[in-house]
Design a protein around this ligand. Structure first.
Ligand code: BEZ
Ligand code: FE
Length: 289
């Protein structure tokens, strides 16, 4: 094909995909090319703008490694992560809603017994979490694997602290025979997503801030149920209506109750104020998907 111009380029590219052996790949790439070209036509993309886009993606690539996931930040801040989560986790009413995964989950977090302090030295006010995991019909889910992770009082996840590989404020626990779970951690606080790279500059140019409302991450896995990746947010905190990554759902906002110094839920004496969070999770049985 030698006559390629503004009007024929889109079909010319799509035609080249005809030989792709993976039909789904062909479908996705055909649609991507159509939308990408339509976007360039709609905004009449200049060469300078196209090159700025290439530079942006190059910088995102350069800053990305296994601890800094600039492309996840890009997807999150453009709402793509929330859209993909919503498209893939349509659940019956009554199930706990899923939300964005984020870039700070790590494999190999320490396993803890129920009641343990998963903070492991992370800075923050004490918080005691009490939860139950049930199926949609109310059946307690015993032995569910529950991974939790959160930022510390300074707004950093353990993986963001250079030179210290200790897992803090994250852990893996299992529900008891009644589907119950309790552990100690620290109070979640609002924090900004990493914004010292291209995504941060993009937010700045768009007049957007990088802050997320206070939350605690959960990933719950149990045989026979759809895996649940979600957060619990703190009622009354800042940014609940302005989450930089569009992760908030009304059903995931809970009271984190402040208590004066005294006897904590684990029976210990807390000399400082502490918080309690009670939240129940309802898993979607795999058969309803
Ligand atoms: C998080 O909640 O850990 C997170 C989610 C999206 C982007 C950055 C952080
Ligand atoms: Fe987070």
């Amino acid at each position: 094909m030698r006559k390629i111009d503004e009007d024929t380029i889109t079909q010319a590219v799509i035609a080249r995909h005809a030989a792709a052996s993976d039909a789904r790949l062909r479908e996705v790439m055909t649609s991507l090319v159509q939308h990408l070209h339509a976007f360039a036509r709609e905004v009449k993309l200049s060469e300078a703008e196209w090159f700025a886009g290439i530079r942006f993606l190059t910088e995102a690539g350069h800053i990305t490694d296994d601890k800094r996931q600039e492309f996840i930040l890009l997807s999150d801040t453009l709402g793509l992560s929330t859209l993909v989560t919503a498209l893939n986790h349509k659940k019956p009413a009554g199930c706990t809603e899923a939300t964005v995964f984020g870039p700070f989950h790590v494999e190999g977090a320490p396993h803890y017994a129920l009641g343990a302090d998963v903070a492991n030295g992370a800075k923050g006010e004490p918080c005691f979490v009490n939860a139950q995991v049930r199926g949609l019909d109310g059946t307690p889910v015993a032995g569910a694997e529950v991974q939790v992770w959160q930022a510390d009082a300074d707004g950093y996840y353990d993986v963001q602290r250079a030179g210290d590989d200790t897992h803090r404020a994250r852990g893996v626990l299992h529900t008891d025979a009644a589907g119950r779970l309790h552990f100690r951690s620290i109070l979640a606080e609002p924090y900004p997503i990493p914004h010292d790279g291209p995504v941060g500059r993009m937010l700045d140019h768009l007049g957007r801030h990088p802050w997320r409302p206070a939350h605690l991450h959960f990933m719950i896995t149990a045989p026979g149920y759809e895996r649940l990746i979600t957060h619990v947010f703190r009622e009354g905190g800042r940014y609940l209506d302005a989450d930089a990554v569009f992760g908030v759902r009304a059903s995931l906002i809970a009271d984190w109750v402040r208590h004066e110094p005294g006897t904590a839920p684990d029976g210990s004496h807390s000399a400082v104020p502490f918080y309690t969070l009670d939240f129940d999770f309802v898993l979607n049985p795999e058969t309803t998907r």
